[in-house]
Design a protein around this ligand. Structure first.
Ligand SMILES: Nc1ncnc2c1ncn2[C@@H]1O[C@H](COP(=O)(O)OP(=O)(O)OP(=O)(O)O)[C@@H](O)[C@H]1O
Length: 210
């Protein structure tokens, strides 16, 4: 479903990733690689946020040639999310729900399970890093994307939220066949681990471990 053709990403003259040809089937993938290997660069490229050479296709839709249709199918949560400080959590959720054509009330399950209602009326600028992270995760789950990209989703959230996030991932994958690509230096919990395959970013390329 996700296809790389002659993908090349550099920053200036510094090559970061080269993927000649690779197909990634639907599933849950744990992206591993040492610091600076290119995991965030990979996720941002798939998300359509970075310029690169070559092609990335999702269900045969090209991020370059049909960016609008492509981006409708892909949600992304940044490792260190930054939002306008003056907006409230509710306003951010309303904005994303509209953009992602979420069904009415879709956010309720996520907000309730992570007990976020008490602070969503406050401006985002007042949030702790964990509160902000949880908001970014809710936003990434809105709508019915084919792929959800999560860059370091496990950092800053507390232990209880961590296992709830794993449940969100498993549920969304089971119910909507959503593919997940998530990078993490921390090990995934056991339940998620058994359902995951590993994508290794190493020596400037990407391989799917069997
Ligand atoms: N905007 C940028 N300009 C120039 N170089 C960059 C930029 N962003 C990343 N890099 C470089 O690209 C390489 C890959 O960075 P990237 O953030 O993708 O790695 P990563 O695997 O996500 O790292 P980490 O595990 O530390 O988060 C690094 O050498 C980094 O210095």
């Amino acid at each position: 479903m996700l296809q790389f053709n002659n993908f090349r990403k550099s920053y200036g003259y510094h090559p970061i990733l080269e993927i000649d040809r690779l197909a990634i089937e639907s599933g849950i993938y744990w992206i591993k690689g040492v610091n600076g290997s290119g995991k965030s660069t990979l996720l941002k490229s798939i998300g359509g946020f970075l310029f690169f050479e070559g092609e990335i296709l999702l269900n045969n839709v090209s991020v370059k040639k049909d960016g609008v249709a492509y981006r409708k199918m892909v949600n992304f949560a940044d490792a260190e999310p930054i939002y306008p400080e003056f907006l409230t959590g509710w306003e951010m959720i309303a904005l994303f729900a509209k953009a992602k054509q979420a069904s009415p009330g879709q956010e309720s399950y996520f907000i309730e399970s992570m007990k976020m209602a008490s602070y969503l009326s406050n401006a985002v600028g007042s949030y702790s890093s964990g509160m902000l992270k949880k908001l970014s995760l809710v936003l990434a789950f809105l709508g019915k994307p084919k792929v959800i990209l999560l860059d370091e989703p496990l950092i800053t959230i507390d232990t209880e939220s961590l296992s709830i996030l794993c449940q969100w991932i498993l549920k969304k994958h089971e119910e909507e066949s959503t593919t997940f690509l998530l990078s993490s230096h921390q090990a995934l919990n056991e339940e998620l681990l058994v359902k995951s395959r590993i994508l290794l970013v190493d020596q400037q390329t990407l391989t799917v471990e069997q």
